[in-house]
Design a protein around this ligand. Structure first.
Ligand code: URA
Length: 200
């Protein structure tokens, strides 16, 4: 069994947050265990909770299309979320849930060791980019410890807001050249701050 599969077994036993009581399935993440790119969304929705797989609802179908625009299939990347259980009623994740779940994401990053982490939406962005708004930093990258961090809008936001569609599609198209020209990506000036949900 791979180290990531062992980690999933641990995640499936986690009951640290109240929402674990209400989940149908835990959604640890999926994809290539040696993926170059790790996409990190927010939290499972209804479809993901039913299937135990990330991004399988409408936002997921759109993410598949965005991946296809750079000639990638979801099996070639890794897709995870900031939190692994569905927040009841699809509400936003609570700071305590993000805090409790952070250790799982950190272990996934260690095991996958991606060359690039793409944050989808403000919750995952807040974990890796300090104190900035998504409207300012989407489509920009910075490097830290040999990983390129790249911020994008959440695909669901683009589905709900037509004006963001072009933006997210343009941002996606920048990914291949960021990977091939990794040495040109500027180093981050600061370490990411501890999660501060008031700034997302
Ligand atoms: N939105 C997310 O952030 N993650 C999913 O897995 C599905 C929708």
């Amino acid at each position: 069994m791979s180290a990531l599969s062992e980690l999933y077994e641990e995640i499936a036993l986690c009951r640290q947050c109240e929402i674990a009581k209400y989940r149908t399935k835990v959604v640890p993440g999926e994809g290539a265990e040696d993926a170059d790119i790790l996409f990190i969304g927010e939290a499972p929705g209804w479809h993901e909770d039913q299937q135990g797989r990330p991004f399988v609802g409408p936002a997921g179908l759109y993410l598949d299309e965005l991946l296809a625009s750079i000639n990638l299939k979801r099996e070639q990347v890794y897709i995870a979320n900031v939190i692994k259980c569905r927040p009841t009623g699809n509400r936003d994740p609570l700071p305590s849930e993000i805090h409790n779940c952070r250790k799982w994401l950190e272990r996934q990053i260690e095991l996958i060791h991606p060359r690039m982490i793409v944050t989808l939406g403000r919750y995952s962005m807040a974990m890796f980019f300090s104190g900035k708004g998504i409207s300012k930093i989407h489509g920009t990258a910075q490097k830290r410890d040999d990983i390129i961090y790249y911020a994008m809008y959440h695909p669901a936001a683009a589905l709900h807001q037509q004006s963001l569609r072009q933006t997210i599609e343009t941002d996606m198209l920048k990914i291949p050249s960021l990977l091939t020209q990794a040495e040109t990506v500027p180093a981050a000036k600061q370490e990411p701050q501890q999660l501060n949900m008031f700034e997302v």
